[in-house]
Ligand binder design. Structure first.
Ligand code: HEM
Length: 383
């Protein structure tokens, strides 16, 4: 592909770079020389712009041309490029949420959701790349596997950054001790510190919790006209006092009744995981009343976070199956138990598990209490 003549539409980055190149090629000259020399402009060139010399010059198999190591390297590099893009988007979204006042009905919120949906799409694509790698057979892999020891995908700093920025903490990881030592196969000291540093910053999860806690819908003044259907519990907000009974009535049998204790614990006393009582209530309320216009985007946000968790699980699942197929029950090149470790991480490394647990506490739409007009007004775009 080449660009014939000057591009018709330049975005800002391209035109900045064009300007830079032109300046480099044509340093300022005095007037007399300008009139004599013909103007030859150096136009931006595809290969230079994308710095393909660096990217395409970065495949150096440790074995020989006959093995599948080139495929192995390129697949990993393609993953890492997409991981870079994911981190870029997560940073933008964290920036949007890192304020005391994310307006649900302004563009910021929908930009955040749009970017998170892009992350989902990226994972859909990268998860399919495993299919290409699986065209390599276990014996093909053995041709060069030993040359890779002790390096491993375990050391993918960008993958760990994605997990950490989303909200996975060191102590929540399966076999947390694998992460802490910096022996061969583990992280080098610098990467280990980088991951710890990122974990100490505001994660997307912590920012979303704060955002949920700020929802103004349970201000007592909005609920004055709310007619409770059941006797109101002392010191309980009217809606939540009623909801407890509505939920209880929706359960049947002693097994399901246990969920009622969980409702008490999660939405009235303790919260769940990192989610406080207030943020859990907000999430449940948004999920129940998602048809109200102002909840469309918040609901989309929560749903997309669940999608991201699902995509990461799919990555872990497909990767675990692929690893088992390639190396059976051998340990990994990074020194973990291999498939056993990967299965543990798959089971344990959910980031937004609290959000999916909310489904346990929903009731049929027809049983939802009608909202007082003050709340409806607050939840309309005209508020
Ligand atoms: C022949 C192909 C592959 C095999 C057999 C394999 C095997 C493994 C094993 C056994 C582990 C556990 C750590 C260890 O002891 O080494 C691991 C971790 C990992 N690998 Fe791979 N892998 C392969 C390809 C890939 C590819 C293409 C990627 C893409 C980036 C990748 C990314 C990762 C990541 C991110 C981890 C850490 C997973 C976690 O902790 O949840 N691997 N791999």
């Amino acid at each position: 592909m080449h660009f014939p003549g000057p591009p018709r539409r330049c975005d800002e980055a391209i035109s900045n770079r064009l300007g830079l190149l032109r300046r480099e090629e044509h340093p300022p000259r005095n007037d007399s020389s300008q009139s004599e020399e013909p103007m030859t402009e150096e136009l931006l060139y595809y290969t230079d712009y994308l710095e393909l010399d660096k990217i395409l010059g970065s495949q150096h198999p440790k074995s020989n041309e006959q093995t599948d190591e080139m495929l192995f390297i390129i697949i990993h590099q393609a993953y890492e490029l997409w991981f870079k893009m994911v981190i870029h988007e997560l940073d933008q979204v964290r920036r949007i949420f890192d304020t005391d006042n994310v307006q649900d009905n302004t563009g910021d919120m929908s930009i955040a959701v749009h970017k998170l949906k892009r992350v989902v799409k990226i994972f859909e694509v990268v998860n399919r790349q495993v299919d290409i790698l699986e065209s390599m057979t276990p014996m093909d892999f053995l041709e060069f596997r030993d040359l890779l020891v002790p390096s491993s995908g375990f050391q993918s700093l960008q993958f760990r950054i994605i997990e950490a920025k989303l909200g996975l903490k060191m102590e929540q990881r399966y076999k947390a001790n694998y992460y802490k030592n910096t022996r061969p196969g583990g992280f080098n000291q610098q990467d280990f510190q980088t991951i710890n540093q990122i974990e100490s910053e505001a994660t997307l999860k912590s920012l979303v919790i704060k955002w949920a806690e700020r929802t103004p819908f349970f201000d007592e003044s909005l609920w004055r006209d709310f007619q409770t259907k059941y006797p109101q519990e002392a010191d309980e907000q009217k809606f939540w006092s009623d909801y407890k009974q509505i939920y209880k009535n929706s359960l049947s049998g002693s097994v399901e009744m246990r969920q009622f204790d969980e409702l008490e614990r999660i939405f009235y006393k303790e919260g769940l995981g990192e989610f406080s009582v207030g943020s859990m209530r907000a999430v449940l309320f948004i999920m129940m009343y998602r048809n109200l216009p102002i909840f469309h985007t918040p609901f989309d946000l929560l749903n997309t976070l669940i999608d991201i968790d699902e995509m990461l699980s799919q990555f872990r699942y497909k990767h675990m199956l692929m690893a088992r197929r390639m190396i059976g029950m051998r340990s990994g090149t990074g020194g973990t138990s291999g498939a056993g470790y990967l299965e543990g991480a798959l089971r344990q490394h959910y980031i937004f598990k609290e959000l999916t647990e909310v489904s346990t506490f929903l009731v049929e739409r027809s049983h939802l209490p009608g909202l007082p007009s003050a709340v409806k007004e607050k939840t309309s775009f005209n508020a």
